[in-house]
Design a protein. Structure first.
Length: 211
């Protein structure tokens, strides 16, 4: 028998268009290649949307804990997708951040895009959401721990204007005013309060147990 039925699309197809769980051609595979790709995209999108929802919940909790100053307290490493969705392109080179239902792959995003501390931690910049922006991996590696004002001079005129505008909107002052100081330690991870229900966080806040 050289053909079989795909349980997803219900089509009778040649066995050589079936793939295994890794996407490799395999006549014993359960799904045809088109259905397997569709199911993988759907899985990636569910994962992406689930993580984005979790980040939004973290935001709510930080806002409850710290009010208007929450962005100075929130470490950017737990907000990759939020920062990714914040822009349409890399502010340093202009590379598109195009996102659609076929590209909602968290692991691909994590590999291709980085969180940049505009004021580098090594120069005393805050490890905060306020000081962070999503950029392409190449730009992040090129910038490294350069002072933002120095880094701007390496960009094209168009991207220099865009990057400086984002910096000022987030931090409230021009890059030249940032004065380097002792290195800032990177956040070690999630605050345990983020694992609690919002009602419990409110109680802790009212009891003065959050610092």
């Amino acid at each position: 028998m050289f053909s079989k039925k795909c349980p997803e699309c219900k089509k009778i197809l040649l066995k050589d268009v079936f793939v295994d769980s890794q996407g490799n051609k395999n006549p014993r595979g359960k799904y045809c290649v088109d259905c397997k790709e569709k199911k993988d995209r759907e899985l990636c999108e569910r994962h992406f949307n689930g993580l984005l929802y979790a980040e939004k919940e973290y935001m709510k909790k930080y806002q409850i804990m710290f009010g208007d100053t929450w962005k100075t307290k929130a470490p950017p490493n737990i907000f990759l997708l939020t920062l990714f969705m914040e822009l349409h392109s890399c502010p340093y080179c202009g590379k598109s951040f195009k996102i659609d239902q076929n590209s909602k792959d968290y692991f691909k995003i994590r590999d291709e895009y980085h969180i940049d501390h505009m004021n580098p931690l090594n120069l005393g910049g805050e490890d905060s959401l306020l000081n962070a922006v999503c950029v392409c991996k190449n730009c992040n590696l090129k910038k490294s721990d350069q002072h933002f004002d120095v880094w701007l001079k390496t960009l094209s005129n168009q991207q220099r204007v865009i990057a400086e505008k984002i910096y000022i909107e987030k931090l409230g002052y021009p890059p030249i005013q940032f004065v380097p100081s002792e290195p800032t330690p990177r956040s070690s991870g999630l605050r345990y309060e983020l694992l609690l229900d919002i009602e419990d966080i409110i109680k802790m806040k009212n009891n003065g147990q959050i610092y």
